[in-house]
Write a new protein. Structure first.
Lengths: 787, 154
């Protein structure tokens, strides 16, 4: 086994001291001289024609510097997927949800900006509101977008194998329907930004974004500028989870206002605006027909899904594909048919949220597999083990598992949770359940069609030789990517972690598609490793030339040059270094040559040493329509066991214990891997038990705050036993792949299966609120009395 | 009309003129230019803006600046000791209790308020003490472990 100096450890995060002490700068902590404050006017109506916008009163308010509407912004359509650009910066002819952006104001202070926004007079003609899938697809329903008949935003029809024929051969065929509600990413830091249009015509946007690169491209498209005229800089970001993974109207409004006024413009969402902007989890309705053989072999899945998408596409085109394609694994399924529609309604646009598209489908199917196991008289673990994919397996929709420690995950949660002793043996009101899941390690293709590298990395060795500075446009959003890349750079260069500085999240540092689809550890990590190896090779080449030895007889470890052979005379290199540092203390001495001496020597010989790395996945995916969504260079996988208690009198669920195993390929930082697992489970717990964005009859959000939209507190979340499984991914740097999103996959179904174990009731609708559970328990009691 | 208040922030005595409707968080962030105290919701639900007011954790976004008159306020900027990070901050760093870090200042202050009064709390007491501080990243476990580790050292 390779011995590593830095990676595969529990090194404290490099950003943690600044974050612990309050020094770390987040977007709202940034202030620029002369800055103005921006505010937006958002629609109070869910669906209406705009007859007239009059900004006279707003402009007349003292302190107002600019008011912009669609007239100033232009009508360029943008969105996430080029296949569905259906948004404009400001509404042109109508509003499509409560919160749709109509205008923005820049003023000398926030109070004035907010007051001015309320002085913009808009004349509306109200249109019928569509607030459900049923209303949207009804014959003759009003259209939210004229271009999309039937309010169908997107439609998918895929078949792999022959599902009908396969189902006919099955011993058991079950159909179940499962549904969820719209949810919210609920990061703690609201989105914010600062736009600064400089006198030379360059635009800088500071933003709490997950994707500086895509934001730069969207701004360039909307404002008809060259992308390199725009710089997007991401300070520390207080969580994203998907909703910050695309450019938003506030960012664009701030840019436009800065261009109009020539001043920096600062804008922030309130918590309510975070909910209005949404781009979080869709509402899903899944109907699944699964066929299996008597021996437990899962043969075929016929899957129908309807997604409620809100007023715009956002990530929805990818979401609808993921909701189907991510059922291709982790079981050896030969036949799969997927038909789905994403429907527009007059609600905030849904987008990507941790576990993009796959979470509710996974919940529905893993619960159904448990039902099938019970009908077959099989232990659910046994059923899963029987059908499990392993290394080098390819799914029916052509997803290739280059490493897949699924079996190890499942067996370890079974053994460490005491499953065998507990399953079916717990008293009424207590239950244990399990489920599995898997997820991509980065998308195989960029969101826009391009042959671009998905990331570049640059490692500049300091001219004095003692430190190295990594530049990457990747996005540290809390997941720990800066630390991961510092560790990879330290390992690959052969120096201590403390010698690595990281600057990230800036489009001037190169290309990086950003923090989404669990891509950065594998993809950016790959580029960083190559950049460090490139820098090291350049230094060692100069050293090899000087010492007249071969390059491959040297390496670097712990900041020391390791010569593969005795008696290398490096006096000329050391003399050069010492001569420059007369009078200094602690100069290198002894019989070991420091890497810093070699770096200094290389600089004196050929100038600043800069290592470069880049990454683009090999060609992935099949030839069928939609094959691009779901393909990934590698797949992470996970299994979970949940133990819970149900108060049979009130329906209140308490999650007592969670055991989670995740195959992350190779843990660059074990503490960070566990942190991603525990955080994923926490989000999954919240979504399972209480999270739901609620709307009134006029399409207004009833709970746009943390008092009414409940996310787990420290009292809701139990301790998790995290088990790291390492399958050594051949396509990942040092064998690493994802953990950030895949870990959430089994949580909801494991809770559902445990709830059944506790109550004998199968729930087909989320969230599992006390009210819903109570009613089901009462109905069950009534039925039992009736018998 | 502005009101003149006397207030001690991180051991420093100040005399400040504030609007009667100014919140404590805005005074700290905007007037005193100390950005370590975070604003996550503005209505006292997330706990990111937690500061200590006479040793008790409060949400500074729903506390008026004038309510702090003649009181001692401790913000995250006042937690470090002359030897660097406070043991609670060190534990947060070492135990992996920090991810995005946005809730961290508030968490640290809630933890400090707890440990200042109860040096050896059990796990449930710790969880209760930070239950007003929302964290979406960590699942709380490593935060609880960090606080526990400081409690055990005492």
């Amino acid at each position: 086994m390779t011995e590593y100096q830095t990676i595969n450890s529990r090194a404290p995060r490099i950003d943690a001291p600044d974050k612990a002490s309050g020094r770390a700068q987040f977007i709202d902590d940034l202030n620029l001289p002369g800055q103005l404050y921006g505010a937006m006017l958002q629609s109070p109506l869910a669906h209406a024609k705009i007859l007239k916008i009059d900004t006279t009163r707003a402009k007349a308010l003292p302190g107002v510097k600019a008011v912009v509407t669609a007239k100033e912004a232009g009508h360029v359509k943008y969105g996430v997927s080029p296949a569905r650009y259906d948004e404009t910066l400001f509404c042109v002819d109508k509003v499509r949800y409560v919160g749709d952006e109509i205008a923005a104001v820049a003023a000398v202070d926030l109070e004035t900006a907010v007051a001015a926004a309320s002085l913009i007079d808009v004349e509306y003609e109200e249109l019928p509101i569509i607030l459900s899938i049923e209303e949207a697809i009804r014959d003759g329903a009003p259209l939210i977008h004229d271009e999309y008949p039937g309010n169908v935003c997107a439609e998918v029809h895929q078949e792999f194998g022959n599902v009908e024929a396969a189902l006919a051969e099955c011993d058991i065929v079950r159909t179940d329907t499962f549904s969820s509600q719209m949810q919210d990413c609920a990061f703690i830091e609201p989105q914010g930004c600062m736009a600064d249009y400089g006198l030379r015509g360059y635009l800088t946007l500071y933003s709490s974004t997950q994707v500086p690169h895509y934001t730069q491209r969207t701004l360039a498209m909307v404002f008809k500028m060259a992308p390199s005229m725009i710089r997007v800089i991401k300070p520390y970001v207080g969580g994203g989870f998907g909703a910050k993974a695309s450019a938003n109207a506030m960012e664009m409004a701030a840019c436009l206002l800065s261009m109009k006024t020539g001043k920096p413009v600062k804008m922030n969402f309130t918590r309510e605006q975070v909910f209005l902007h949404s781009r979080s989890r869709h509402k899903f309705i899944h109907t699944m027909t699964t066929g299996a053989k008597k021996d437990g072999t899962i043969v075929a899945l016929k899957h129908h899904a309807t997604l409620e998408g809100g007023a715009y596409s956002s990530f929805g085109i990818a979401t609808i594909y993921y909701a189907g394609s991510l059922l291709g694994g982790p079981y050896k399924l030969q036949h799969m048919k997927y038909d789905a529609q994403r429907i527009y309604t007059n609600k905030p646009a849904c987008g990507a949220q941790r576990g993009h598209g796959g979470v509710i489908a996974r919940a529905a199917w893993e619960q159904q597999l448990d039902i099938i196991a019970e009908e077959l008289g099989m232990n659910p673990v046994e059923l899963r083990l029987k059908n499990m994919m392993s290394d080098y397996d390819k799914s029916c929709n052509e997803l290739y598992m280059s490493s897949f420690g699924m079996k190890e995950c499942l067996e370890s949660v079974r053994d460490q949770s005491g499953w065998e002793k507990k399953k079916g043996k717990l008293p009424k009101g207590k239950g244990i359940g399990m489920a599995c899941g898997f997820f991509v390690s980065g998308a195989g293709f960029p969101i826009y069609r391009s042959d671009t590298f998905h990331c570049t990395a640059t490692l500049k060795l300091a001219e004095d030789g003692w430190t190295a500075h990594l530049y990457t446009a990747s996005a540290e959003i809390g997941q720990g990517s800066d630390t991961t890349f510092a560790m990879i750079a330290a390992e690959a260069l052969g120096v201590p972690l403390s010698s690595i500085k990281v600057s990230s999240g800036d489009t001037d540092f190169g290309i990086d598609l950003g923090a989404y689809s669990s891509r950065q550890t594998l993809m950016t990590g790959f580029a960083v490793k190559h950049a460090a190896e490139d820098a090291k090779r350049q230094v060692l080449q100069v050293l090899a030339d000087e010492l007249r030895i071969s390059l491959d007889t040297m390496d670097v470890k712990d900041g020391i040059i390791v010569f593969n052979g005795p008696g290398i005379n490096f006096a000329s290199v050391r003399d050069r270094f010492r001569k420059e540092h007369r009078g200094w203390i602690r100069l290198p001495r002894g019989n070991q040559l420091f890497f810093a001496e070699a770096v200094r020597f290389a600089f004196l010989t050929k100038g600043t040493i800069i290592g470069q790395g880049h990454y683009r996945p090999r060609f992935l995916g099949g030839t069928y329509k939609g094959a691009a969504v779901g393909t990934s260079p590698a797949y992470g996988c996970s299994a979970q066991v949940v133990e819970l208690s149900v108060d049979m009198e009130t329906g209140q669920i308490t999650i007592d214990k969670m055991t989670d195993a995740h195959d992350c390929g190779f843990a660059i930082n074990k503490t960070s891997v566990e942190g991603q697992m525990q955080g994923s489970l926490s989000m999954g717990l919240g979504e399972a038990l209480f999270e739901e964005v609620k709307f009134d009859a006029k399409g207004r959000i009833m709970n746009p705050n943390f008092a009414e939209y409940k996310i787990p507190t420290a009292l809701d979340m139990p301790n998790v036993t995290p088990i790291i499984v390492e399958s050594n991914e051949p396509y990942g740097p040092y064998g690493a792949k994802e953990v950030g999103e895949g870990a959430i996959m089994p949580t909801i179904p494991a809770i559902l299966n445990a709830l059944y174990d506790a109550t004998g009731i199968r729930f087909t609708e989320l969230p599992l609120t006390p009210e819903r559970v109570y009613k089901a328990i009462k109905a069950q009691q009534k039925e039992q009395k009736g018998d | 009309m502005k009101k003149l208040i006397n207030i001690t922030i991180n051991d420093k005595k100040l005399e400040l003129a504030v609007e009667p409707n100014m919140t404590l968080v805005d005074m700290i962030r905007e007037e005193l230019k100390m950005p370590g105290t975070k604003k996550g919701c503005g209505i006292g639900e997330c706990g990111s803006c937690t500061v200590l007011l006479d040793g008790k954790p409060v949400c500074s976004c729903i506390t008026l600046a004038v309510e702090a008159e003649n009181k001692e306020v401790v913000t995250i900027e006042g937690v470090e000791t002359e030897n660097g990070l406070h043991p609670i901050q060190k534990a947060f760093v070492e135990k992996g209790a920090i991810q995005c870090g946005f809730c961290t200042p508030g968490m640290v202050l809630s933890a400090k308020a707890l440990l200042d009064n109860d040096p050896r709390p059990d796990e449930h007491t710790i969880r209760k003490a930070i239950s007003g501080n929302l964290c979406r990243c960590t699942g709380y476990q490593k935060i609880v472990e960090a606080i526990q580790s400081v409690a055990l050292e005492k």
